[in-house]
Write a protein that binds this ligand. Structure first.
Ligand code: DC
Length: 223
């Protein structure tokens, strides 16, 4: 049986960086589940599917082939043989992805896809519903959080570094809070802290301190 470290939290809480480093330390494959919601969103926008129409989005997503394979310590995703890269990291996709992620059919498909990845071995999976819905029985579940200011500052820096946007801090924070609201209030698998998950507020911690806290909280024999 493969082992799964499950990490949830709002945008900019540091999940991706923490999951990547923890995965590398332990030899667990990193799985960025948000990338799957972003890929479906990107393809909807490319193909003119109305992201405000849940039935159309669900039908389109069911027919969309996303390939995956382990690569460089992570599960990598491809569409039509091509990696999506930073095309799925734009503010336009940020805004539309929260809508696509509210569609039950999309969630069910991605949940099944994620569970199937255990066939590759041990995983560290990050997202919004990994601890509550995808792998609720994992003995290693974490809820990362940080103040809205800290999260917006990190997200803005990432956008500038990637060269995908250069928005004001206020605009980044407003967009992030709007997405959090949709992610936390949606009907299916909303973002919430799971009972029994270890909560880590990273506002005043370094990345290394958060990684150490996660590693120290793992079950016996996982480190
Ligand atoms: O983590 P992210 O910003 O890349 O996620 C993109 C969108 O997908 C965001 O609106 C949250 C949603 N999401 C989700 O609903 N469930 C997950 N397991 C991962 C992401």
């Amino acid at each position: 049986m493969s082992r799964v470290i499950a990490i949830d939290g709002p945008s900019g809480s540091g999940k991706s960086s923490v999951a990547r480093i923890v995965g590398a330390r332990l030899g667990f494959l990193h799985v960025d589940s948000g990338a799957l919601y972003r890929i479906v969103t990107w393809q909807c926008l490319e193909r003119g599917v109305n992201v405000e129409a849940p039935a159309s989005v669900a039908e389109f997503a069911a027919a969309l082939a996303i390939e995956c394979r382990p690569e460089n310590g992570a599960v990598a995703f491809y569409v039509g043989g091509e990696p999506p890269g930073d095309r799925i990291r734009t503010p336009r996709i940020d805004a539309a992805a929260a809508k696509v992620a509210s569609v039950k059919g999309v969630r069910d498909g991605i949940t099944g896809f994620l569970r199937g990845m255990t066939a590759y071995g041990d995983l560290v999976v990050e997202g919004r519903d990994i601890t509550t819905a995808v792998f609720p029985d994992s003995p290693a579940r974490f809820y990362l959080t940080a103040s809205a200011e800290a999260r917006a500052a990190r997200r803005r820096l990432q956008e500038v570094e990637k060269g995908v946007a250069n928005q004001s801090s206020e605009a980044v924070k407003a967009a992030l809070l709007a997405r959090d609201r949709i992610d936390s209030t949606r009907r299916y698998a909303p973002l919430r802290k799971a009972d029994g998950a270890v909560e880590i507020d990273s506002s005043d911690l370094t990345l290394e301190q958060v990684v150490d806290t996660v590693l120290a909280s793992l079950p016996e024999g996982w480190r």
